[in-house]
Design a protein around this ligand. Structure first.
Ligand code: ADP
Ligand code: MG
Length: 338
């Protein structure tokens, strides 16, 4: 099988431009940037009125979360839970677990942290594509169900066939934690980009809002620009990480929990804008799986987030509540409900 893996979605092009101009005019030199690879993606943080040691501490923080959450680390709290089917998590992971289980419920299972057996079977875990037979898919769908996770006091347990994977929400959560860390260190203006999961802290130092660009799926341009302050912008799309077989069939990493297969969505990408980065991450995955009709209906009936949904025909749905902060690129047509 031929393998292609694509990574990194959003580029904060305006941010980079503004950072460059700020660096060149800021004689006190208090703009700092750090780039590193973690969480299986490229991470970049630009912070103002900061210093190198604070950003080094932030990198440490990201790595410590990765160690606790990653399913590829067999000693992580999540891996231990998957092996032993029971665990007590530290307060960070139990808070992430609670938030993600809440999202599983609120999205009626379109977001489901128990997709791990399917992620493994399809080969997304070890980068070896395997296309399961229909009876294997049936077996997998029986394994996927977030309701199999129960909690008694501080002890979480599950059934013998169940395994969790917090990959669909971890970056959003870690982005929130990074912002909290920066605030604790008196940093009030920063952009944290965890491979397409963007957390914006405060405004730019000239008091204007950050302009965050959402990259188009072909990576040659942008879908939209968002004027942002103290919020999270998280994007999910099938083009982010996928395999193609020799016949050109594409298999991507966003699983439909009801079929245990890569979601057959008429959506190209979903960006969620929400103060809560964990929720934004859960919803970007869930709305992608829902497909455009359900995703638009879900957005129209919830007022705690905004969505930008690029459909395969280049029309773009933008939630009413964020229309004033979103500018679409000319080539895209604003979706209008009939
Ligand atoms: P990315 O991690 O590329 O930013 P997502 O946030 O959409 O993209 O998360 C995809 C990851 O989440 C997958 O790699 C898998 O680990 C997990 N996942 C896949 N499908 C689902 C789903 N329906 N619900 C919850 N998690 C999922
Ligand atoms: Mg997600």
């Amino acid at each position: 099988m031929k393998k292609y893996i694509n990574k990194i979605l959003i580029i904060t092009c305006f941010l980079i431009l503004s950072a460059i101009s700020l660096i060149s005019c800021d004689t006190s030199g208090n703009v700092f940037k750090i780039d590193f690879f973690a969480l299986d993606t490229y991470i970049s943080v630009t912070a103002y009125d900061c210093d190198k040691s604070i950003l080094a501490g932030l990198e440490e923080l990201v790595r410590s979360y990765e160690n606790k959450i990653s399913v590829t680390n067999e000693d992580s709290q999540v891996s231990l839970f998957n092996r032993n089917k029971t665990a007590t998590f530290d307060s960070d992971i139990s808070s992430l677990l609670e938030k993600s289980l809440d999202a599983c419920k609120k999205t009626q299972g379109y977001f489901d942290i128990t997709v791990h057996p399917a992620v493994k079977k399809w080969g997304f875990f070890d980068d070896k594509l395997y296309v399961p037979t229909s009876s294997e898919l049936k077996e997998l769908t029986n394994k996927i169900d977030y309701k199999k996770i129960t909690c008694n006091g501080e002890i979480y347990s599950t059934t013998s066939d169940c395994e969790i994977d917090l990959g669909g929400c971890a970056k959003g959560y870690i982005g929130d934690k990074c912002a909290e860390y920066l605030v604790e260190h008196n940093v009030t203006s920063a952009v944290i980009n965890l491979g397409g999961n963007v957390k914006v802290l405060g405004k730019k130092t000239d008091n204007s809002k950050y302009n965050i660009a959402i990259e188009s799926p072909d990576k040659y341009g942008y879908i939209a620009y968002i004027s942002a302050e103290d919020t999270s912008i998280v994007t999910s799309g099938a083009y982010e990480r996928n395999f193609a077989d020799e016949s050109g069939n594409i298999y991507h990493h966003i699983i439909d929990p009801f079929t245990a297969a890569p979601a057959q969505s008429d959506i190209c990408s979903v960006s969620i804008i929400c103060d809560d980065g964990t929720l934004a991450d859960c919803l970007s995955t869930a709305l992608y799986v829902m497909g455009s009709q359900k995703a638009i209906e879900f957005s129209n009936t919830h007022d705690n987030f905004g969505a930008i949904i690029l459909m395969n025909d280049d029309t773009v749905f933008v939630s009413e509540s964020i229309k004033n902060i979103v500018t679409l690129e000319d080539k895209y047509i604003l979706y209008r409900e009939s």
